[in-house]
Write a protein that binds this ligand. Structure first.
Ligand SMILES: [Cu+2]
Length: 380
């Protein structure tokens, strides 16, 4: 007797402890709800969430009510004989039908929401999103902004990440180049990736889709409110997975047009004119940049390469011989080796510049300037 009442007190203490924890927990996490919805779909998802939640509460109270009542009312007393009942067809039919009904009333609206979420037809504009370790590339493919493309990277200072500076308001949720879209327009996003699987998602839009190398998936959203909405890569993609946020800035139609105009001007200003003639020094300076961005990983900044895998360019027969074979290997690559066909990645000016640089850097002194106009005829 003594022992069992002690155990009872212990059990009650446990229950009270859990309740206290739950209350304290929810008071602490004041922002317990989903992010405010900014699209019709997100609205539907919230409604669905609340509806299912209510349903679950009813089921919870029903099931646990019966259970606790049974435990209490039919608890075992000394000498009591247990009731013995089997195979009650009515009860079996009821307990099959009720869950079936519950499933239907959940599945019906849920399926409708999922179908609406997947319907990417009739979009006003299309943006391709490419996941990289660890940043996002954006290419505006259809609509007013067609031709705009940029890379968007985390802009939180390293000091904050390493704990040497106080954390900012949008810690790890801020980027250098935001995705700009107009309010009220249906935006279709194509997702893909260049290395491993990433996933593009913005909770306020209820929009999320894996970005898979070699595949194109799509999603859409139509933002109803101007504002800045933040998301993150939501597929574990390696060491900096938590450092590739997504920031979408929804602006008015007029602001969007202005932004597009600005971007187009920038593109025009930075475009290379493939018919222009440059001096040797101009080509070398530009070529060094192209080389640093595209070639140092294998051939090294000092041109010595890492033989035998990656040959040195300093003193190489190709970089010091006739320009034909040199241009050929850079434009077309070398099949079966790591030397890629850079003709697909670089424009005429960049190829002319990098080859000129290689022919005049380190110990290489051909004194030869290769002009962009020479590249076009060599492209296949
Ligand atoms: Cu990722």
């Amino acid at each position: 007797m003594q022992q069992s009442s002690g155990r009872k007190i212990g059990q009650w203490a446990l229950v009270v402890g859990f309740l206290a924890l739950a209350v304290a927990g929810s008071a602490y996490a004041l922002e317990w709800n989903l992010q405010p919805a900014v699209t019709k779909i997100a609205d539907d998802v919230h409604d669905l969430h609340e509806y299912v939640m209510a349903l679950i509460v009813v089921i919870f109270v029903g099931v646990f009510g019966v259970m606790f009542y049974s435990v209490f009312a039919h608890r075992k007393a000394p000498g009591r004989k247990a009731a013995n009942f089997h195979e009650n067809t009515t009860v079996e039919i009821i307990w099959t039908l009720i869950p079936l009904l519950i499933l239907v009333v959940i599945a019906w609206p849920a399926t409708r929401a999922v179908i609406a979420q997947k319907d990417t037809t009739n979009s006003d504009m299309t943006i391709k999103v490419t996941g990289y370790q660890w940043k996002w590339g954006y290419d505006y493919l259809k609509g007013e902004g067609e031709g705009i493309s940029f890379v968007s990277q985390l802009s939180t200072p390293r000091d904050q990440i390493e704990g040497n500076a106080p954390k900012g308001e949008h810690y790890l949720l801020e980027v250098d180049n935001e995705v700009i879209v107009p309010v009220g327009k249906k935006v279709r996003i194509l997702t893909t990736a260049a290395d491993v699987i990433h996933s593009w998602g913005v909770p306020a839009f209820a929009a999320k889709q894996d970005a898979i190398p070699g595949f194109i998936r799509d999603l859409h959203f139509r933002a109803t409110k101007v504002g800045v909405y933040r998301g993150q890569c939501v597929e574990l993609c390696g060491k900096e997975h938590g450092f590739m946020p997504i920031v979408v800035r929804v602006v008015s139609a007029a602001d969007y047009t202005a932004w597009v105009g600005e971007q187009k001007k920038k593109i025009a200003a930075s475009a290379d004119d493939p018919t222009k003639t440059y001096t040797l020094d101009e080509l070398k300076a530009r070529g060094e940049k192209v080389y640093t961005a595209n070639c140092v990983a294998c051939h090294q900044a000092n041109g010595k390469g890492t033989p035998p895998a990656f040959p040195p360019l300093d003193g190489s027969k190709i970089a010091n011989g006739p320009k034909g074979p040199h241009l050929d290997i850079v434009i077309n690559g070398k099949q079966g080796t790591a030397m890629a066909a850079f003709g697909k990645q670089l424009n005429d000016t960049e190829i002319a510049a990098v080859v000129t640089y290689e022919r005049n850097a380190w110990g290489n002194k051909t004194g030869e300037a290769i002009q962009p106009a020479e590249i076009r005829p060599l492209r296949k």
